[in-house]
Structure formats: C-alpha cells, structure tokens
Design a protein around this ligand. Sequence first.
Ligand SMILES: Cc1cc2nc3c(=O)[nH]c(=O)nc-3n(C[C@H](O)[C@H](O)[C@H](O)COP(=O)(O)OP(=O)(O)OC[C@H]3O[C@@H](n4cnc5c(N)ncnc54)[C@H](O)[C@@H]3O)c2cc1C
Length: 358
Amino acid sequence: MPGTMQPTVGGCLAMNIHGKNHWRVGSFGEHVIGFTALLGNGEIVSCDKNDSSGLFHSMIGSFGMLGCFLTITLQLKKVNSDSVEVSSLSASNFDDLLMIIDQKKGCDYVVGWLDCVASDAIIGRGVVHTAMYLEAVEYENDNLITRYDLPDKLFLLPYKYIWIILKLFNHHIGYKIINMLRFYSGKLRHKHIFNQSLVQFNFLLDYIPNWKRAFMPGGLVQYQCFVPFDDAIDVFTNIINSCHQYKIIPYLGVVKRHRNDDFLISCNLDGFSMALDFSVTEKNRDRISQLMSELDEIVIDAGGRFYFAKDSNLSPDTTRSFLKKKVIQELINKKQDCDPYNLLQTNLSRRILPELHR
Ligand SMILES: Cc1cc2nc3c(=O)[nH]c(=O)nc-3n(C[C@H](O)[C@H](O)[C@H](O)COP(=O)(O)OP(=O)(O)OC[C@H]3O[C@@H](n4cnc5c(N)ncnc54)[C@H](O)[C@@H]3O)c2cc1C
C-alpha cells in the first residue's frame, strides 16, 4: 500500500511498490499470482511465479522497460475492518527511533516520522506510529458513513483551500516549525492509542486537496534510500547532518522497516529506508541536486540501495554501483529479447541506465 491512493495497479507492479507494512507482508510483487503483458517485441506473454523464462522475476520492478502489464492477478487479504488501531510512541534519537520501529515490525503497519531539524544528541528524534487492523465487532460500532468525509471548513477556510495554509509554511523557518510541531505533539501523545481509517493512516497527503499547489512553482523532490540494518543509524545521522550543513531542511522525514525480496531490480533489503521531502525553488534546485549526490555516496559506501519510483537525481555511475554488473547485464539481455527495437524508454531509464538503450 503506497502513501497515496493515486497509483494504478500497473504502475505499482512496474515499480514494485511497498508500504508501511513492508516488513510484515512484503512488496506489491509478492502478492501477484500472475500477469499478462505486451512485450516491446509485440508478443503477449502470460507469467506466474513458476514461469521458467524468468520474466516474472525480472518484469516486476523493472520500471516498465520490458513490457506493459495488461492484466494482473492479485492475492488479496481479508481484513475485518477498514480501520486500524494506532499507537503513538515518542523516540528521543535515531537509536531510539530505529529500535522502536524494529521492535514493532510485527505490527500490521509501522512508520517513523522524523524531526528533521534536531541535531547532535537528539538527531533522529521523532514519533513512531504502529497500527493494527480492528476486529469486525469494533467496525460495527464505528460511524462508517462519515469516515472518509473531510470537514467542509477548517476554521473559516473551505477545506479545498487548506493547501494555502501548507503554502504559508513553505519556507526554511516554516519547515522547522512543522518538524518541531510534529515531534512535540507526538511527545505529548506518547503511548496514546486511537482509531483511524486505513485511508487516513496510509494516505496522509491525499487528505489535503490540491496539496501539490502548496509547493508551486518549484515542486518537491523526495530522497529515499535503503540502508542495511547495522549501518542505518550512522548513515541516517550522516544524511541529516549533511542536510544541516547545506542548510536545506526536509519538511518531512519518514522511516520504514524493510525486508529482502528476490526480484531482479529491487531496492528492498533487510534494514530501514529514510525518505526526505524537499521543497524546490529556482534558488535551491542545484544545491538540492548537489546535496543528493553527496548523500548517494554515503548510501553506496554502506551497501545501500535506491528506489527508482522516488528518484530524480541518480547518476548512471551511482546506479551501476547500486545494481552491480551482473544484474545490469541480465536486465540488458532481457531488454534485447523483449524489446529489441528499444520502444520502451522513459526519462528515468535514459538518465540512470543509458546502456539499456544502446
Ligand atoms: C504522495 C506519494 C506518496 C507515495 N508513497 C509511496 C509509498 O509509500 N511507497 C511506494 O512504494 N511508492 C510510493 N509512491 C510512489 C508511487 O507508488 C509509484 O511511483 C507508482 O509507481 C506510481 O504509479 P502510477 O500508476 O502513477 O505510475 P506512473 O508514475 O505512471 O509510472 C511509473 C512507472 O511504471 C511504469 N508503468 C506504469 N504502468 C505500467 C504498466 N501497465 N505496465 C508496465 N509499466 C508500467 C511507467 O513506465 C513508469 O516507469 C508515492 C508517490 C506519491 C506521489
């Protein structure tokens, strides 16, 4: 389950998306029984987990480079309720945050919200939210009809203009305020338990209609890296310190627990990911790009990985260091078989792996 309700099923499989339940249930591709796809060579193929061609294993996650998914058969899971019971736990630094997330990884969902402003001894402080599906009996007592409705107004402002409030905080001091408010409200609600709809728990930004307008005209970029368990504290600390040195504060920082999978192209590993959202302006665009390239080196040195769905900056060299020769060669071989005329290309693929299109 991604952090927005907008993606298509094809897009989810092409990027092999994950959610706040990645440790517990794995990535999207792990729930696929089979699919049909139109390859770049015009052939329509049908694949399942046991297929001997290796296409199942290589098409899932390979960012649409081999073919287009036409139909996807998913193994769904029955839940008794559309709501979850959420627990809020405050963490005083990265050691604490990652320890709580790891201890709670057996919950249906677990996610850490960072205070990206904190430094030194309190760097990495934040709030962990865990969630468990509610049982049917609790569901029956709940008010289903109003569950997804947004209020008409917040104070006097119609809800559809709520992005304007977000925009008022779209500057350096605003990010500091947002980060600190998130941390202190979490601290006040330490061990607080409350019910939330699944939609509300998972799709934070979708709850702000037109949220993208708050970041106009520059837009936003996210930096997400995946780091092995033992290196996560050091790597994440270095990353936040680098942001501070550049004086570029992420307005949102999210940490999740992950596990390995065996798809050809995969960001997943036994460890943690940290996703940092940066608001872009004409003035800071180049510096953010420079910062991200520095962060890439920290991640690569620790044997970390990247998630192409969120990437806007990876260089071919960094991509090669992450994927390694053997995997890239296997992808190139598959590409030559499935799409010999190079019909399937994107700005992403041309930037990160130009050799795929030679
Ligand atoms: C606010 C927000 C929150 C997000 N949160 C998460 C999250 O928590 N976890 C997560 O994993 N991701 C997250 N994402 C990323 C998102 O889930 C992925 O980018 C997803 O791939 C988008 O799906 P889409 O249908 O919009 O695909 P597009 O963006 O249109 O395409 C994505 C890629 O998939 C390929 N593709 C699309 N359809 C097909 C098809 N039918 N066959 C073959 N290839 C295809 C495209 O060529 C492209 O390379 C988030 C994105 C946003 C904007």
